[in-house]
Design a protein around this ligand. Structure first.
Ligand SMILES: *Cc1c(COP(=O)(O)O)cnc(C)c1O
Length: 421
């Protein structure tokens, strides 16, 4: 059994008032089949599913992933700072843990086709890699606007043999891509599995995706025992949908002495423009209200009429108007602290980590470091930061965003002036 906070036995898929299965009738057969498969293969290890999953995470993914002491950050903050280096997982982010688990599960279920949604393309590329590795045909839905903004990721998916289907409805971004993927799944339930990209969606996705990512905290706990001799006082992870977050927290949840901090994207401001239906942030845990999004009750950014608002973050991977129901519940119970930092702070720490530790982090990850920079004094003696991904994918965005700002520790950007718009 998983050791994270279980869903309530008598109410499957509920985390307090959150979670559930708010889906059209047409999807229920697929959801029930998946719930059954999750129980048998993931929780009960039927046919050795979990053994094969672990073996492939090792040989294809590169696990176990190092827990590294950050020497210069430790000095800067006058405490022990450790980095869980998920940026070193194959593909450059934590996302393969889940993609590999779900594509493998699809095979065990006898499915012959994979569909997935992607926003910036990170989950799409992880799914395309896993599908190529396991030889399952794969189609990825991606908003047309995102396709134009993320050409290298689109090419990565195509290189791995996946189809990329443009979604033109609405704003042509992640929200619409998820809806379109659910429609495809409902139409093709017989032979198709939907690989969802975070701990969101209807049960059993939030629990299952958490279980695939919980390898992060299980490994870290063991590494703290072996390398450090104590467990951390605080664990920090950035939170969009919240999958790297729950992965980094899961094994620590029962241990109340470990403070858990979900760091959200404060964007450019926490103030909402109700009139325009725009939240200039993605801080659904900190500022959202209860609603239903993509098949689950959770905290969402919505206006007074319950319309989902447009969200914003300098990091595309955090730019989502909802969050996993389990994380919403853990925030309400007080076990997890929801905090947020703004775009400017995240971008500054993107530069600092690169300079001090020789690690260029994803802009998503940089949010966790911005919280460390701001609030380290309240975090105890030993701190773990989950490095959810590397920043290679963000270099273009970082050039553009840095040039717009006055960041005193940034390198001289004048060399780029001619190339800037
Ligand atoms: C996708 C992504 C995230 C956000 O997703 P979560 O489900 O919130 O973990 C964070 N960091 C990186 C590097 C990502 O690629």
């Amino acid at each position: 059994m998983s050791e994270a906070s279980e869903t309530d036995e008598t109410r499957p898929g509920k985390f307090g008032e959150y979670g559930g299965q708010y889906v059209p009738e047409a999807l229920m057969p697929a959801i029930e089949e998946l719930t059954d498969a999750y129980q048998r293969y993931v929780l009960d290890n039927e046919d050795g599913f979990m053994d094969e999953f672990r073996q492939r995470l090792r040989d294809f993914g590169g696990r176990p992933i190092p827990l590294q002491r950050a020497d210069r950050l430790s000095e800067r903050y006058d405490r022990e700072v450790y980095l869980k280096r998920e940026d070193l997982l194959h593909g450059g982010a934590h996302k393969l843990n889940n993609a590999l688990g779900q594509v493998l599960l699809a095979k065990y279920m006898g499915k012959e086709r994979i569909v997935a949604e992607t926003g910036a393309g990170q989950h799409g590329t992880a799914t395309a890699m896993a599908a190529a590795h396991l030889d399952v045909p794969c189609e990825i839905y991606m908003g047309e606007r995102d396709i134009n903004r993320q050409r290298p990721n689109v090419f990565r998916m195509r290189l791995n043999g996946s189809e990329v289907n443009p979604v033109t409805t609405g704003r042509g971004t992640l929200k619409e891509a998820i809806s379109e993927t659910m429609r495809d799944w409902a139409t093709n339930v017989e032979d198709t599995h939907y690989v969802i990209g975070s701990i969101v969606g209807p049960h059993p996705f939030p629990a299952m995706v958490r279980d695939f990512h919980s390898v992060i905290s299980k490994e870290a706990k063991r590494q703290f025992d072996e390398q450090v001799g104590t467990q951390p006082d605080a664990v920090l992870a950035c939170a969009g949908g919240g999958s790297n977050t729950m992965g980094a927290f899961a094994a620590f949840v029962p241990d109340e002495s470990v403070g858990l901090y979900a760091v959200e994207a404060g964007g450019s401001s926490l103030t909402v423009d109700e009139e325009a239906g725009v939240a200039p942030n993605s801080a659904s845990l900190s500022t959202g209200t209860e609603g239903v999004l993509h098949g689950a009750r959770t905290k969402v950014l919505q206006d007074r009429d319950g319309q989902i608002m447009e969200s914003h973050s300098v990091s595309s991977g955090l730019d989502y108007a909802g969050v996993g129901p389990e994380l919403a519940h853990l925030v309400d119970t007080g076990r997890v602290h929801a905090v947020n930092v703004d775009d400017d702070a995240a971008l500054t720490e993107f530069h600092r980590l690169s300079q001090l530790e020789g690690i260029i982090p994803a802009l998503e990850t940089a949010h966790a470091f911005a919280f460390l920079e701001r609030d380290h004094e309240s975090l105890g003696e030993t701190v773990m930061v989950n490095v959810s991904g590397r920043g290679d994918k963000d270099l273009e965005a970082a050039i553009e965003e840095t040039a717009k700002r006055d960041i005193d520790i940034a390198p001289d950007m004048s060399v780029f002036q001619g190339a800037m718009r």
